[in-house]
Design a protein around this ligand. Structure first.
Ligand code: ATP
Ligand code: MG
Length: 461
């Protein structure tokens, strides 16, 4: 529409393995569906393709993604510029590559390999709930880096390496984010690359008995990667997890424990990463949870160094909310009940109000549900809910907010374990109501925080 600013909206369409249509036909049909206005506003989430015969016969799932990551809630369909990405998921799963250790037939696990987009990585990106626009920034970075390579921008004039470093506390989703990014790029850049692979190298394994005996095996490992990357129509994402072990190895060498071998391996890895940088279709993704211990020579090579911190209260709320949805899907919470989204007016008001009153401050959570009635009345006035259902939804949202507020300091990994701990220790039956489960979650958080404090002090709290 002339004069109206169009918003690019990414629509990812996973096709049935049996689909024999050209991707372009599917893309056209999806555009037609969106511009047909069946939904007046477009948001992140699944789209209904049942009104199109072509799509319902050929599509496994179709979803809008990336709006929330860029800080946009919804777009009216007439402002929507759909970028449709049709793809088929690879069912292959992960394969472990082994190399012959020292030529005597004894094998060493060298890396794990996925053909992308991989069935087992589908949905991982959406499951990661991070602050700000971290995901959008990463995707934009990788897209620009590959575009610059594609256009053959001179590396003598403009410098970029296609090396990413994600660092931060344990369990904050760094490794998952790298894998999910590789999967996402395989989908988003499907028009540019005919195939995509993800290779995960655990840096610890580089210093296994065989690897540390000489840098030769590192050469063989990277030689294999270079072979894969020779085909320029394949996107090759390399994940080097726990990259700080390069530094650990170097300092061990300095202190004289394992002299020259480790240094040789570290240098071999850095040289190999340098040589991979010359390949336009390679992206190197690295992680570390010991930010200060990363080899400076390595840090220097990364274009983008991103801190992935502990989740804030909103992210904690959304992570727990997704766990509750799974428990409802599987009948462990029964009957299913609506829990308001983090972006809903209710939750935003609650967060805002709590800032003024300290109602959700962890120190006051001990008063638990008693406080809820007072807080609920306040929100009732502010948000103006009048129906009984509205009040029930609101009270569940407030209970979940209290749990999320109390869970301050827990990583995404710890949060995703809480619903299980809650069930094992406090639910004691195969299925229960949402209200009861939230109560159990609150107790599980208190117990987890207590146990962590005991670990730190080494004595009962
Ligand atoms: N922000 C988050 N949102 C949703 N899930 C998360 C988040 N952070 C972590 N998780 C979940 O926690 C688990 C562990 O994540 P992952 O292994 O990627 O963390 P990590 O940062 O690499 O940890 P480590 O530093 O110990 O290697 C995964 O199941 C992941 O989905
Ligand atoms: Mg990790």
């Amino acid at each position: 529409m002339a004069g109206v600013q169009q918003v690019p909206v990414h629509v990812e369409v996973a096709l049935q393995p049996s689909c024999a249509l050209e991707f372009s036909e599917i893309e056209q049909e999806v555009r037609r569906l969106i511009h047909g206005g069946g939904s007046t506003t477009i948001r992140d989430g699944p789209i209904d393709v049942s009104t199109s015969r072509v799509l319902s016969e050929n599509v496994l799932t179709a979803k809008v993604t990336g709006l929330t990551d860029s800080g946009v809630d919804k777009v009216p369909f007439w402002h929507c510029d759909p970028c449709v990405h049709a793809f088929q998921l690879s069912p292959c799963g992960v394969e472990r590559e082994v190399l012959d250790g020292d030529g005597d037939g004894e094998d060493v696990a060298a890396f794990d390999q996925w053909v992308l987009p991989a069935q087992e990585l589908e949905g991982l990106w959406e499951s990661l709930l991070l602050e700000d626009t971290i995901k959008a920034q990463l995707l934009d970075y990788a897209t620009s880096a590959l575009l610059f390579s594609d256009r053959q921008v001179s590396k003598h004039i403009i410098s970029w390496n296609r090396v990413v470093l994600l660092h931060g506390p344990p369990g904050t989703g760094k490794t998952s984010l790298c894998k999910a990014l590789a999967h996402k790029l395989a989908i988003r850049l499907g028009g540019r690359f005919q195939a995509a692979q993800l290779l995960e190298i655990n840096a610890h394994s580089l210093f296994s008995k065989w690897f540390s005996e000489s840098g030769k095996l590192v050469g063989r490992l990277f030689g294999h990667i270079a072979e894969l990357a020779e085909d320029e129509s394949t996107l090759v994402c390399i994940l080097v997890d726990e990259v700080e072990s390069l530094t650990t190895a170097r300092s061990a060498a300095m202190s004289g424990n394992e002299p020259s071998d480790a240094v040789r391996v570290v240098n071999a890895v850095l040289t190999q990463i340098d040589s991979l940088r010359a390949r336009d279709n390679v992206l190197v993704l690295t992680t570390s949870n010991v930010s200060k211990a990363i080899d400076l020579a390595f840090v220097d090579r990364a274009d983008i160094k991103m801190l992935i911190g502990l989740p804030g209260v909103q992210a904690r709320y959304s992570i727990l909310q997704s766990c509750l949805a799974e428990l409802m899907r599987t009948g462990i919470i029964d009957p299913p009940q609506h829990v308001p989204d983090c972006a809903s007016e209710l939750v935003r008001t609650a967060l805002h109000t709590s800032c003024d009153m300290g109602v959700l401050a962890p120190a006051r959570i001990g008063e638990g549900f008693i406080q809820l009635s007072y807080f609920g009345v306040l929100l009732f006035k502010t948000v103006g809910m009048s129906s009984a259902t509205g009040c029930r939804v609101m009270s569940m949202g407030i209970l979940l907010l209290q749990v999320a507020a109390l869970a301050q300091g827990l990583s995404g990994r710890a949060l995703r374990k809480l619903p299980f701990q809650a069930h094992a220790f406090f639910v004691h039956r195969s299925s229960t109501t949402l209200h009861h489960y939230l109560d159990a979650l609150l107790q599980a958080v208190r117990t987890e925080l207590q146990r962590r404090a005991q670990l730190e002090t080494g004595s009962p709290v």
